[in-house]
Each structure stands twice: as structure tokens, then as C-alpha cells.
Design a protein around this ligand. Structure first.
Ligand code: IFM
Length: 443
């Protein structure tokens, strides 16, 4: 089964960047060589991770990184998106941990030697635990600690990085971590989510200013995830419910960056749920981006509710992936076109898109045609958005390889490469070969 796009697609050009993505906690392991982070602590708590696993070894990338760069290179991708583990590169006293820094320097140098562009995310959820002990993202001081970390690490990495993203998916850090309590640090309560979100956005803005100074030649921005909100029916009550959900989960993170303000929904939230906004914060948060990273996996459907602003309707009688998310490629093109109509966007990179599937390995092969179909339909959706005028420069498959899928542990596989966690053997799946062949046919 092949992946292909119409002959005239801009994505068939070598000017369009294709890559694969991972994140530090999900693949590295090497837990003893760094400070503890909030995910180590969370994994240790009963009932938080479905298979009771943790990130102690993960894909053992800390030891297998050279082999992994060869693997990335063998796929023929233009770029690799990775994240830096804050607790690996900064010591308790706030100074650099040189051995952690050296790990990334060697990794980035090897990628550069192979002519693979480096897309580095500075925060993909692994907050040092000692900062959480002082309040984590509920404490404004964490935003300034992030600024200091960004300053030190970007100076240390020099010109090895082509693109920096400050944060990955602040929605997940804020909502899942500090409101729903299903991600680390596991704090639950409506009064916390938007407070954490504000400090994350502030950290982003502070980080952008440091990047402009320390790394003016890289493309600097942020990665946001979007789960577009659709009404269950065309009743005005359901339409309003879906709009509110969209503001709460999606626009909340992009509007302050683009427009320097939160959605008007803020006025409908009880005062105790409001963020703590200081004068001048929006000027920092709205610092100009060089690019916006967009992650898309699925959509959500909402209906009106008597006591809440909206109520989510779980997917029923629709195609879903192994993690239970509806397969809805149309939502991807709609999202991209609608963001482009709503905001004055910088160039866009699709920094994550992919699917968890119930892979089976047999005779050293994984025939994941369901994942190939997912990639095909979602690449078509990106192409549609480009045809409708959205300035999209690149696309990253999530993920290079199976890895620690947060609260789902190792039970959900998102990789285009299969990982046997017992032997750490990597096997390129049929989707990996399809992606490789598609990328390498470009002219
Ligand atoms: O695995 C995650 C990743 O860390 C962030 N974006 C979504 C992926 C799939 O859930």
C-alpha cells in the first residue's frame, strides 16, 4: 500500500519539509543521569498509568541514539523533531549539567552530519520535580525558571538547531495536568487549569524573547494541539456549546499569542477559575512567532448541558484508532483553513499527526495498513488546506517509533517503527516504508 498525493501537490516538492517526531521522556530512559521530573513521580503513584510502567528505560534512546539517528536517516526524512529534557540539562542549583548537555550536542551534531534538520522543543511536559514542589505551573516563578533554562541551554547548543519550539501542547500540560488530573502532576480542579495555562503562556513569551537574542537564525515558535469542536446537532444550543468548548480547549492557547487576549468566554468563568494576569503579560505572550506548530489527531463532538458550559459526546458508530479517537481527516483541513481565516498566521508546520493502531509483529514485519490509510487521508487533508491558501511548510509524523504514551504507558503504539521493549529491537513498519517511499519520490 502506497502513500501518494496529486502530481501538482506542493507537498511533492523537496522544499516541503517532512520529518518524524519524538519527545524526551517518551523515548530516552536514562533516569539516573538526570533530576527527577513530574512524570517520574506521577508514574510511581498507584493507578495513574494503565500498565503501571514508567519512563525509566522507555526506548533506551539515551544509549541507542546513534543507531536511532541511522534509523531516522534510513527513512530519508528532511528533519527530526525532538525535545530537550529540562531535568537532564539543568542541575538543582539552576546551572547547566554538562553531561546532559553533551548528550544533546552529540545528537544534534550527528543529525547535522547527516544533513537532517533539527527541530527542538524546549518543554515537552517533563518539569523538574523540585519546581513542582514549589507549585509547578501554578507558580508564576516557574515561567521565570523556564526563561533561565532557555537562556542557558540555547547558549550551550550554539547554532546546532534549525527550529526551536518553546512548549509542546500547553493545553495538555495545563488542562490534563492541573484540571483533569489525568497527566502529571495529577492536580484536579477547575480553579487550577487556566492559572497553569497562563503561566505556561507567559513562559512561552519569555522563552521567545530569549530565543530572539540567543538564537536569531533559527525559526522560533510554539507547538499547539487542536481538537476541533463540532456540535452534535444543528440546534443553536449545541452550536453554542461547541463554540464554547472550542474557546475553552483550542482558542484559549492561540488567541493570546496571536491577539494578545483570552477568548470572551473568560467572562463566563467563575472568578476563582480565572488566571492571575499581570500588567504587560499579554505583550510578552504575544511576542511575534517565526512559525506555528500545529498538532492534529482527531475532533470532538459536543452538546448543550444544563449545568456545564458544554458536554462532550463520545464517538459512537464511527471509525476510531486504537486509543479510541475518531478518524476524522476532514476536521484537519477545516481546522487549518479556519485558523488561517481567524488569525494572521506565521508559516505553519504540522508538528504532529499520526495514529495508535493495534500493531502485530509477525516474521519481523508489521503490516499496519490501517496506519498507512490514516496517513494518506490526513496528508490529503493538509494538501487540501494548502490548496485553500494555508501557508504550510512541513509535516512531522508522530511518532518515529513506539514509545511511552503517557497515562496509557506502553499499551498504545504510535510509531512508524515498532519497538520490542524486551529486546529494544526496532522494526520499520509497513507505514514507515510507505512514508519513506513517498518522501523519497519527491522532486
Ligand atoms: O504522544 C503524544 C505526544 O507526546 C504529544 N501529542 C500527542 C501524542 C499522542 O497522544
Amino acid at each position: 500500500m502506497k502513500i501518494s498525493l496529486p502530481n501538482n501537490s506542493k507537498m511533492n516538492s523537496k522544499n516541503f519539509t517532512f520529518g518524524v517526531a519524538t519527545a524526551s521522556f517518551q523515548i530516552e530512559g536514562g533516569v539516573d543521569e538526570r533530576l527527577p521530573c513530574i512524570w517520574d513521580t506521577f508514574c510511581d503513584k498507584d493507578g495513574k498509568i494503565v500498565d503501571r510502567s514508567n519512563g525509566d528505560v522507555a526506548c533506551d534512546h539515551i544509549n541507542k541514539w546513534q543507531q536511532d539517528v541511522e534509523l531516522i536517516d534510513s527513512l530519508g526524512v528532511d528533519a527530526y523533531r525532538l525535545s530537550i529534557s529540562w531535568p537532564r540539562v539543568i542541575k538543582l542549583d539552576g546551572t547547566l549539567n554538562q553531561s546532559g548537555v553533551d548528550f544533546y550536542i552529540n545528537l544534534l551534531d550527528k543529525l547535522k552530519n547527516k544533513n537532517i534538520k533539527t527541530f527542538v522543543t524546549l518543554y515537552h511536559w517533563d518539569l523538574p520535580q523540585h519546581l513542582e514542589d514549589k507549585g509547578g505551573w501554578l507558580n508564576r516563578a516557574t515561567a521565570y525558571a523556564f526563561e533561565s533554562y532557555v537562556n542557558l541551554i540555547t547558549k550551550a547548543l550554539g547554532n546546532r538547531v534549525d527550529s526551536y519550539a518553546t512548549l509542546n501542547e500547553p493545553f495538555c500540560s495545563a488542562f490534563l495536568g492541573y484540571e483533569a488530573g489525568i497527566h502529571a502532576p495529577g492536580i484536579k480542579g477547575k480553579e487550577f487549569g487556566k492559572k497553569a495555562a497562563h503561566h505556561l503562556l507567559l513562559a512561552h513569551g519569555l522563552g521567545m524573547r530569549v530565543l530572539a537574542k540567543n538564537s536569531p537564525n533559527s525559526q522560533n515558535g510554539i507547538v499547539l494541539n487542536f481538537t476541533p469542536a463540532y456540535p452534535k446537532t444543528d440546534s443553536s444550543a449545541d452550536i453554542i456549546a461547541a463554540q464554547k468548548a472550542d474557546d475553552y480547549f483550542n482558542q484559549w492557547y492561540i488567541k493570546p499569542i496571536m491577539d494578545g487576549a483570552y477568548p470572551e468566554l473568560l467572562n463566563e468563568l467563575p472568578q476563582e477559575n480565572h488566571p492571575d494576569i499581570h500588567e504587560g503579560d499579554f505583550d510578552i505572550i504575544a511576542t511575534q512567532l517565526n512559525f506555528l506548530g500545529i498538532n492534529y489527531y482527531t475532533r470532538a463532538v459536543y452538546e448543550t448541558d444544563n449545568s456545564e458550559l458544554f458536554k462532550e459526546v463520545p464517538p459512537k458508530d464511527v471509525a476510531i484508532t486504537d486509543i479510541g479517537w475518531e478518524i476524522y481527516p476532514k476536521g484537519f483541513s477545516h481546522l487549518l483553513v479556519s485558523l488561517n481565516e481567524t488569525y494572521t498566521l506565521p508559516p505553519i508546520y504540522i508538528t504532529e499527526n499520526g495514529a495508535a493502531m493495534a500493531d502485530k509483529i509477525k516474521d519481523h514485519e508489521v503490516n499496519d495498513i490501517d496506519r498507512i490509510a490514516y496517513y494518506q487521508s490526513h496528508l490529503n487533508a493538509v494538501n487540501d488546506a494548502i490548496e485553500q491558501g494555508v501557508n504550510i511548510k512541513g509535516y512531522f509524523a508522530w511518532s518515529l517509533m513506539d514509545n511511552f504514551e503517557w497515562a496509557e504507558g506502553y499499551t498504545k503504539r504510535f510509531g512508524i517503527v515498532y519497538v520490542d521493549y524486551q529486546t529494544q529491537i526496532r522494526t520499520i513498519k509497513a507505514s514507515g516504508y510507505a512514508y519513506k517511499n513517498f518522501i523519497n519520490r519527491r522532486t
